[in-house]
Design a protein around this ligand. Structure first.
Ligand code: DNO
Length: 355
């Protein structure tokens, strides 16, 4: 496995390349062109500039998270073919620049959703938290405002203000997109892009829906083992793969992550490891990576990845906000660095003991 950290790029991230390089456990970065809107074409020059920025900082660009999917593709509206063409051109440009991993999601309107971006813990740190009963009180048209005013001034991934300004219109456009339609639109998209992925060796890694159930009545399909397998079987190319995000899948206590890892053997191209604590049905808060701090057994998860021969890119996912750090919620330096060290420690132990 290759340990990485997520980096939003100069001007967007509170963390510097020097800090990331000094974590030591980290070999590369996962990044994106943060200023791009879903559907916009990425040019080779722009991709090269991102690579250069990271390489000049002494690290490598190990993959992209995310190249976001335009709503027309998810809705299946007539302009989707044009946006798929753009996506293919972006993939070609990424492939020409040597990028072989792309993370994306297929959630309608919202990316990940939380009711609280800074829930205090008894130790004084804060975490992201989700409470369905709180979400039920919020009018979806106001959720952006809720999220935005608590984001420490950062634009959060997947919550682009430009899209959020059109939220009413977006909800209307998704009105008849049920789960079957959304699934068919995902398959249509994947079939169209696979030849390009195969040509360039680009592994597509769909990110699970977070939380792993329908929010605000919008369909969500990448939520459990059965649906993941259905999606992999519908487009059987090895380049059609998954981001194993423990926090997203783990939001539903019925999801057995170790079982999911074994079922997806060979198709997990990227892993996001974080722990969460279930506090009541539909309610959870994020935790330190340490198994004992949450409801997920991170050691068993890492062991399962090892056992299926996972050799892809991994990163510690969201961390707690520690030591007064002001950063993008979930993406501070300190707790993610602790997470990287912990995960590398587990991996080394499992690796050496199994030889
Ligand atoms: C949030 C992230 C997501 C993820 C996208 C992938 O912190 O896990 O925004 O990057 O869903 O497209």
């Amino acid at each position: 496995m290759k340990m990485t950290m997520r980096y939003y790029g100069k001007g967007y991230d509170s963390i510097t390349l020097e800090q990331l390089r000094q974590i030591r456990y980290v070999e590369g970065l996962i990044s994106t062109l943060y200023y791009k809107q879903p559907g916009e074409l990425w040019t080779r020059e722009e991709i090269r500039a991102l690579k250069k920025e990271i390489e000049d900082g002494g690290l490598e660009l190990s993959g992209i998270e995310s190249v976001n999917i335009h709503d027309a593709i998810k809705i299946g509206s007539p302009e989707r073919d044009m946006y798929i063409e753009n996506y293919i051109k972006t993939l070609e440009n990424l492939g020409e620049e040597g990028i072989d991993l792309v993370c994306y999601n297929f959630m309608p309107v919202f990316d990940w959703t939380r009711s609280d971006l800074a829930k205090p813990r008894p130790d004084g740190s804060t975490v992201l938290a989700y409470d369905q009963s709180e979400i039920d009180k919020i009018d979806p048209e106001n959720i952006f405002e809720n999220i935005d005013k608590n984001s420490n001034g950062f634009v959060l991934p997947g919550w682009e203000p430009e899209r959020m300004a059109r939220i009413k219109e977006l909800f209307e456009a998704y009105a008849d997109v049920d789960e079957e339609k959304l699934f068919a639109n995902l398959v249509y998209f994947l079939k169209a892009i696979m030849p390009t992925c195969e040509k360039y060796g680009i592994k597509m890694a769909i990110h699970p829906d977070d939380p792993a159930w329908s929010v605000f009545g919008l369909s969500r399909i990448i939520t459990n083992k059965e649906n993941l397998l259905r999606m992999l079987e519908a487009v059987p190319s090895v380049y059609n793969g998954v981001t194993l995000c423990t926090g997203s899948l783990g939001s539903n206590p019925d999801n057995d992550i170790v079982g999911i890892i074994h079922a997806l053997k060979g198709r997990i191209h990227f892993a996001h490891i974080r722990n969460i604590k279930h506090t009541a049905p539909g309610k959870f808060e994020e935790a330190a990576h340490l198994s004992a701090d949450g409801s997920l057994d991170i050691m068993q998860i890492v062991k399962a990845l090892y056992e299926v021969g996972f050799d892809g890119v991994i990163r510690p996912d969201h961390g707690r906000a520690l030591w007064g750090e002001k950063a993008m919620p979930g993406y501070g330096l300190y707790d993610r660095a602790l997470g990287a060290a912990y995960l590398c420690g587990l991996w080394e132990m499992i690796d050496k003991l199994s030889k």
